[in-house]
Write a protein that binds this ligand. Structure first.
Ligand code: DGI
Ligand code: FE
Ligand code: FE
Length: 191
């Protein structure tokens, strides 16, 4: 699919702010793909669709999870976790995007997971560091993104877990698996 076609599909599903976020994620993802030798086309397309389902009504997302191969335990966690997996399903059904790399990058963009591919890390990180973000600690992650993709993802994952724990939120297993795996990849972890 051509990128302009993807943008036209996605725009009406998003608020203006979310659409602008999406375009910044796409720019950031293309830069990261360039830096880390991944497909810029795939990074661009995955980024444009990553929040495609962000505003789908909750009962509709719930229905998709119940009536598809998506894991049912998603329903036991915060609904913020649903839009990536549901989007990975709907972009194929509605728009014929069946590239597994792209679908997985969209699927896991919120939580990450163990053994993330390069494209998954690029979308996960681009979503976190796009220039509109102002989380505490984001500047340090931006600096790491210049030199070490895994370290940058690990910092983003760690910050997200710390933030969620400070709110007493529950944390989806893949969120922890991402952090543990990225940590082990770097230094074997501290056990
Ligand atoms: O869709 P975006 O707002 O661009 O960003 P996102 O999809 O990365 O994240 C949406 C929210 O999900 C963000 O506030 C962090 C949160 N989140 C990530 N992992 C978990 C989580 N929330 C809960 N409750 N549990 C998680 O494991
Ligand atoms: Fe998202
Ligand atoms: Fe996003």
């Amino acid at each position: 699919m051509k990128i302009n076609q993807a943008i036209e599909i996605v725009e009406p599903h998003l608020t203006k702010k979310r659409f602008e976020h999406t375009l910044r994620v796409a720019d950031t993802a293309v830069d990261l793909a360039e830096k880390y030798n991944a497909s810029k086309e795939k990074a661009n397309l995955a980024a444009v669709f990553h929040d495609y389902c962000k505003y789908l009504p909750l009962p509709e997302m719930e229905r998709w999870i119940k009536n598809s191969i998506l894991p049912k335990d998603l329903l036991l966690y915060h609904h913020e976790l649903w839009h990536g997996p549901v989007a990975s399903l709907l972009i194929e059904r509605e728009h014929g995007i069946n590239d597994l790399d792209i679908k997985q990058a969209i699927y896991y963009h919120t939580t990450g997971r163990a053994n993330m591919t390069k494209l998954e890390m690029i979308i996960f990180l681009a979503d976190y560091i796009e220039p509109g973000r102002s989380f505490p600690g984001v500047e340090e992650v931006r600096e790491w993104a210049e030199k070490d993709l895994i370290q940058a993802c690990r910092m983003a994952s760690r910050n997200t877990i710390q933030y969620l724990m400070s709110k007493n939120a529950t944390i989806y297993p893949d969120t922890f698996y991402a952090y543990n795996d990225l940590t082990k990849r770097l230094d074997g972890g501290n056990k």
